[in-house]
Design a protein around this ligand. Structure first.
Ligand SMILES: Cc1cc2nc3c(=O)[nH]c(=O)nc-3n(C[C@H](O)[C@H](O)[C@H](O)COP(=O)(O)OP(=O)(O)OC[C@H]3O[C@@H](n4cnc5c(N)ncnc54)[C@H](O)[C@@H]3O)c2cc1C
Ligand code: SF4
Length: 442
C-alpha cells in the first residue's frame, strides 16, 4: 500500500490532473510499513553519526530512525521537522547520495547505505496523514508575541523561515510573485521525484501554523521595499534566482530549461509537439540532466546532452547523470553552441563548434533546450542591499543578516543555487537569529 497524504490537500486541488508531469512514475516509491521497519532496523545508530554531518539541517538521523523502529512515527516526524520544516519535500528531492546517505558508514563496510530519504518520507508522510485524519497537531504555535515579519518569495527558504517564526508566536506574512507558492519545489523539481501537488500540500501544512500568504504580489512593483521594511520588525528575502541565461539561441523549437520544465509540471494540457523525434539539451548541470531525462522518459526517441567541456567538468551529480543515461540520454562533450538552423519556421538542427578541432558540427533536432543557469536578481540593488561580486546577496554566515538592519536573506539568492535543504537551513537560521535578537527564543 502506498502512503501519500498529499493528494487531497486544498492548494493542490486547483491543479489540472492532465498535466504532463502526472505521467511520470515515482522514482523512489513510498515504503510499506514492513519495508520501512526492515530498513530502519539495519541502522547501526553510530556514535557521532557521519550521516548527520552530511545533512545541512543537521537532522538527528539515528534518532528518527530509532523512533521508526520502535513504531513512534509521530516522534520521528517531530525529530525531522524540528530541524527542517520542509522535511517532507526534502525526503523526496534531496540528493541524499551526496549528503546524508553518501556519508553513511555502510559505504566503508561495502554495504548498501541506509535509505535515509525514503525513511524520512515514510515517517513524515504517515505523521502528516495521521495529523490530518485525527486533527492532533504535531506542533502548536506559541501565543502571539507582537512581532511581525514580511517574507519575500514563497519558496523553500521563506517557507521554512516563516514556519519557524510562526511556531514561536511571530506574525509571518509571505509575499509571492506567482499564483502558486512553493517556488522551484512546485515549478521545477523533476516529476519523478516530486509533483506539484506534493509541494503544495507541504505549503498548505506550513501555512496552517498561522503563516499568511499573498500570491500574485511582487515586492518592488506591487509593494515597495521601503514600505515593507517600515511596516515590519524584520524582512526575509527568499527570492531565489532571476532570469534564465539564453546563450542567444532563439526561435521556434527553442526553449529555456526551467520554462519547459514548468510547462511540463504545471501547465494544464501541455504536450510536446508531435513531430519532435530528436531533442538536444545544452548544458552540463543538474537542470540540464533533469530536462534531458524528462524528455527521454516522455518518449522522445533521441535525446542528446551537449556540453561545452569534458564529462569531468560537468557540475551535475554522478548519480543524476547515471539515471539520465539509464533513461537513454546520450552525451556529447566539448561542443560549444553557435546557432540554430530553421527551415520554414521549424527547427531542424543546431550548429556547434567542436572544441577539439575547431570544426562545426550540426546536430539535427526538432527541439532545443538551453539549460545555461539563472542569473541573480540585480533588482535587489534597488532595495539598497549589498550584493557579492557574482550578484548574490551578501549575508553574515551565522545569522543570514544582510547589510541592511533588520533584513535577512537565504536560499538560492544567497548561495547562487544549491538545494532545497540548503534553503530550508537558511530559513531556520535566519528565524532563530531574529528570535534571538528580540530575546524571543523559546
Ligand atoms: C530544474 C531544477 C530542478 C531542481 N531539482 C532539485 C532537486 O531535485 N533537489 C533539490 O534539493 N533542489 C533542486 N533544485 C534547487 C531548488 O529547487 C532550489 O535550491 C530551492 O527551491 C531554492 O529555494 P529558494 O526559496 O531560495 O528559491 P525559489 O524556490 O526560487 O523561490 C523563490 C520564490 O520567490 C518568488 N519571488 C521572486 N522575486 C519576488 C518578488 N520580488 N516578490 C515576491 N516574490 C518573488 C519566486 O516567484 C519564487 O516563488 C532544482 C532547481 C531547478 C531549477
Ligand atoms: S551513518 Fe548510516 S548506519 Fe550510521 S547512524 Fe547514520 S544512517 Fe545509521
Amino acid at each position: 500500500m502506498s502512503i501519500d497524504p498529499v493528494q487531497q490537500w486544498p492548494l493542490g486541488e486547483g491543479l489540472d490532473p492532465n498535466r504532463l508531469e502526472c505521467r511520470f512514475e515515482d522514482a523512489k516509491p513510498p515504503y510499506t510499513p514492513a519495508e520501512a521497519l526492515v530498513e530502519a532496523n539495519r541502522c547501526l545508530h553510530c556514535f557521532d553519526a557521519p550521516c548527520v554531518r552530511g545533512c545541512p539541517t543537521a537532522i538527528d538521523i539515528p534518532k528518527f530512525i530509532a523512533q521508526i523502529s520502535s513504531g513512534n512515527l509521530r516522534g520521528a516526524a517531530k525529530t525531522i521537522f524540528r530541524q527542517n520544516m520542509l522535511g517532507a519535500s526534502c525526503a523526496r528531492v534531496c540528493p541524499v547520495e551526496e549528503m546524508c546517505a553518501g556519508a553513511c558508514v555502510y559505504h566503508a563496510l561495502n554495504g548498501q547505505p541506509i535509505a535515509i530519504g525514503r525513511l524520512q518520507r515514510y515517517a513524515t508522510d504517515v505523521a502528516l496523514a495521521d495529523e490530518r485524519a485525527s486533527g492532533r497537531r504535531l506542533f502548536s504555535p506559541a501565543s502571539a508575541n507582537g512581532r511581525r515579519v514580511a517574507l519575500v518569495g514563497a519558496g523553500p527558504a521563506s517557507l521554512a523561515c516563516a514556519a519557524h517564526l510562526a511556531l514561536a508566536g511571530v506574525s509571518a506574512s509571505i509575499y509571492e510573485r506567482d499564483g502558486l507558492p512553493g517556488g522551484l519545489n512546485t515549478t521545477a523539481v523533476a516529476p519523478y521525484k516530486m509533483r506539484a501537488e506534493s509541494s503544495l500540500a507541504e505549503v498548505e501544512w506550513l501555512l496552517s501554523h498561522g503563516v499568511e500568504l499573498r500570491t500574485d504580489t511582487t515586492v518592488g512593483t506591487d509593494i515597495a521595499w521601503p514600505e515593507l521594511m517600515a511596516t515590519h520588525d524584520a524582512v526575509f528575502i527568499g527570492v531565489g534566482l532571476g532570469q534564465a541565461r539564453s546563450l542567444e539561441l532563439e526561435g521556434p523549437g527553442v526553449w529555456g530549461a526551467t520554462e519547459l520544465i514548468r510547462a511540463i509540471k504545471n501547465e494544464p494540457g501541455f504536450e510536446l509537439p508531435g513531430d519532435v523525434r530528436r531533442a538536444v539539451v545544452v548544458g552540463g548541470g543538474n537542470t540540464a540532466i533533469d530536462v534531458a531525462r524528462e524528455l527521454a522518459m516522455l518518449g522522445i526517441a533521441e535525446v542528446t546532452l551537449a556540453y561545452r567541456r569534458s564529462r569531468a567538468d560537468m557540475s551535475a551529480y554522478a548519480h543524476e547523470w547515471a539515471g539520465a543515461r539509464q533513461s537513454g540520454v546520450r552525451l556529447q562533450t566539448r561542443l560549444q553552441p553557435c546557432r540554430t538552423v530553421h527551415h520554414r519556421q521549424r527547427l531542424v538542427g543546431v550548429v556547434f563548434q567542436d572544441a577539439v578541432n575547431g570544426r562545426e558540427v550540426e546536430l539535427p533536432c526538432e527541439l532545443l533546450v538551453v539549460a545555461a543557469g539563472q542569473s541573480p536578481w540585480a533588482a535587489l540593488v534597488d532595495a539598497g542591499i549589498r550584493l557579492n561580486a557574482d550578484g548574490t546577496v551578501w549575508t553574515q554566515p551565522e545569522t543570514r543578516a544582510t547589510s541592511l538592519a533588520g533584513v535577512y536573506a537565504g536560499g538560492d539568492c544567497v548561495n547562487g543555487g544549491k538545494e532545497v535543504v540548503d534553503a530550508a537551513a537558511d530559513g531556520r537560521i535566519a528565524a532563530h537569529a531574529m528570535l534571538e535578537e528580540w530575546g524571543a527564543c523559546g
